[in-house]
Design a protein around this ligand. Structure first.
Ligand code: FE2
Ligand code: FE2
Length: 410
């Protein structure tokens, strides 16, 4: 009879899977804003969420197998495996990163899951089988998605040889590291930090025309009850959706020590925003518009992702910009309804439902993490005002409408 895994053997492997899933989430999170291809940004938003769910499912099974202390939750397969991840992480080339993640790391995860599934003690260990089957299938989908992108990027850049050489080198290192299982190795102690230099703007493909000066910003003068107004507003929103995938990714990658549930929320938001980008782009095109038809503002990006406190980022973007955005979306829904645009109305209602949750993520985590730290709370909550007070047309716009909203409510 084939060898089947004991409780203890399960425990060691599940902790390694959870480590690798979490690292994949952080790699995608940190890379999203540097990737030019918009399909990659959207795929990353979706997969950041799915990988957070994989890690979460594994993390729930681990204590059921008597792994109740925290050290079982994350086990590095080997130091060499971590160095392999670091090598892939450090490469700044879009194609080579995709090769590293989708031809090396994720396929080795799938292989480990499939192999594991063949050695389960059943029905005793059915709960492990239940989650591993689900995770393996989804990872397989990720690999197939990534492979399509790699093929496209390779063909477009005619860099087959370079990509192949990189892949061969990584495959050799993976083998030497003992893979996701850390076969023949002791669990590692090595770790690396994902560090970023100051970011002025997220990467956009050549169709986009990013504003040089914020004074060009006029999008918010448009109204959703005319065809032209819709095009302006949807086009501006599309960029904001991409920005939010990118900034959620940065929180996941910049702050590995935030509470697990907060990571789950940020990953969930990244997925929401990725879907929003798809939805908004489709509607824009249905209405005869296209990406890059107007100049675009990335106001708020620089003020968000360069802040060292994740709660300041949430105060500015979730509690201020997204809360403001909810008001605009309500106005769009009313105008779409009034002008008989049922399609836009239906889609924007879904966007609004998600946005309300994003505001709540901000409110909840700021409240939760500063409840015993009034100084931090005061600093975090004053950050949006500090940004909006800058003499900046977009900021002034927000400040005016926020004040007007407050007066209405008051
Ligand atoms: Fe959104
Ligand atoms: Fe949002």
């Amino acid at each position: 009879m084939a060898h089947t895994f004991s409780v203890r053997e399960n425990l060691d492997q599940l902790g390694k899977y959870r480590y690798v899933e979490t690292e994949c989430m952080e790699l995608m999170g940190g890379w999203a804003y540097t990737m030019i291809d918009p399909d990659i940004k959207i795929g990353f938003g979706r997969q950041m969420f799915q990988d957070s769910v994989h890690a979460d499912l594994l993390g729930r099974r681990i204590p059921e197998l008597k792994g109740r202390s925290g050290r079982h939750q994350s086990i590095t397969p080997s130091d060499d495996f971590v160095r392999l991840l670091e090598k892939i992480w450090n490469n700044s080339d879009e194609l080579l990163r995709m090769v590293g993640l989708y031809r090396i790391i994720k396929p080795s995860l799938v292989e480990s899951y499939r192999h594991h599934l063949e050695h389960l003690e059943l029905p005793a260990d059915e709960p492990t089988a239940y989650i591993l089957r689900h995770i393996a299938d989804e990872e397989q989908d990720h690999v197939e998605w990534g492979e399509n992108i790699v093929v496209r990027l390779t063909a477009a850049s005619k860099r087959e040889d370079e990509a192949d050489a990189w892949q061969e080198d990584l495959a050799r290192r993976l083998q030497q590291s003992g893979g996701v299982w850390g076969e023949g190795k002791t669990p590692g102690t090595y770790s690396f930090k994902k560090i970023y230099s100051y970011s002025k703007l997220p990467a956009r493909d050549s169709r986009w025309n990013l504003m040089k000066s914020p004074s060009e910003f006029t999008e918010k003068n448009w109204s959703f009850d005319t065809q032209e107004g819709k095009l302006h507003l949807l086009h501006d929103l599309l960029n904001s959706e991409f920005i939010t995938v990118e900034r959620m990714g940065r929180i996941l990658s910049d702050f590995p020590d935030i509470p697990w549930q907060m990571k789950m929320d940020m990953a969930r938001q990244a997925w929401d925003e990725a879907r929003h980008a798809e939805i908004v782009q489709r509607r824009l095109e249905e209405l005869g518009g296209h990406v890059g038809m107007f100049p675009t503002s990335c106001f708020g990006w620089e003020q968000d992702v360069n802040r060292p406190d994740p709660l300041e980022r949430l105060a500015l973007s979730n509690m201020t910009f997204e809360s403001e955005s909810c008001k605009h979306l309500r106005d769009w829904i009313a105008k779409a309804n009034k002008t008989g645009d049922a399609r836009s109305q239906q889609l924007v209602e879904f966007l609004l439902a998600d946005e309300v949750n994003h505001v709540l993520y901000g409110v909840h985590w700021i409240d939760e993490l500063t409840k015993n730290d009034p100084e931090r709370r005061a600093r975090v909550l004053s950050y949006p005002d500090q940004v909006l007070a800058e003499q900046h047309p977009v900021g002034v716009y927000f400040k005016e409408t926020i004040n007007a909203g407050n007066e209405q409510r008051g």
